[in-house]
Design a protein around this ligand. Structure first.
Ligand code: ZN
Ligand code: ZN
Length: 214
């Protein structure tokens, strides 16, 4: 095996961040710079890896809070979907909803992710799946070699992403889940933005929000 995946939950919303490492190259892609850039860098270096790329599933604060600091401290490029940019640029004001402080500005993207785009580093090959509905420009990342999909805030173990937020829309989210995630094999592991891991098959059969979907 030359690909390893590690995760941890960090920050105010206990958001999962993922490191996908090519263990031969000792280089990694980080999905969702959720919080605390120094902790993310220390985590990678404990594994012996250098973070070479930073991806974001969407621009909610709990997924991008450390984006600028991590980009600056690692010099790794940061990528997100273009439709997520207005929300990304609004990150400082979001802080006022959680206290009286502005959040730090988010990273300026080095490029934009598109549906079906292949993102690769060494042996790691991710496919971008455009999955809006929870947030504008939401992207899930499918890693076929490991049979893993990083679902962001679309599909959770036993639940789905919130759709009561600005820019979210329930029918669009359900369409994204049905056409882009439930089309994956039952064996595919779902590593989501919150809560524990699950599989496509388990959610297809048991997730109460997906009953009646095929
Ligand atoms: Zn979200
Ligand atoms: Zn979230």
């Amino acid at each position: 095996m030359s690909i390893e995946i590690h995760s941890q939950a960090l920050g105010l919303a206990s958001t999962n961040t993922y490191l996908i490492g090519d263990t031969h190259l000792k280089e990694a892609i980080l999905i969702d710079p959720v919080d605390d850039a120094p902790a993310l860098i220390a985590w990678a270096s404990q594994l012996g890896w250098t973070i070479r790329m930073i991806l974001a599933t969407h621009a909610h604060f709990d997924h991008v809070l450390a984006s600028a600091a991590l980009q600056q401290q690692t010099q790794a490029p940061f990528y997100i979907h273009q439709e997520a940019v207005p929300m990304l640029q609004n990150l400082p004001q979001t802080g006022l909803r959680f206290g009286n402080e502005l959040f730090p500005a988010a990273a300026v993207p080095n490029g934009y992710l598109a549906d079906e785009q292949l993102v690769s580093l060494g042996k790691i090959q991710l496919t971008c799946l455009y999955t809006p509905g929870h947030a504008p420009g939401h992207i899930a990342f499918f890693l076929p070699s490991e049979q893993v999909v990083f679902s962001g805030d679309t599909l959770f173990a036993g639940s789905i992403g919130r759709t009561d937020l600005p820019g979210s829309h329930l029918p669009t989210l359900l369409h994204s889940i049905r056409t882009r995630l439930l089309t994956l094999n039952d064996e595919v592991n779902v590593f989501a933005g919150h809560l524990e891991a699950t599989t496509i098959g388990h959610e297809r059969r048991h997730n109460p929000f997906l009953l009646g979907m095929r």
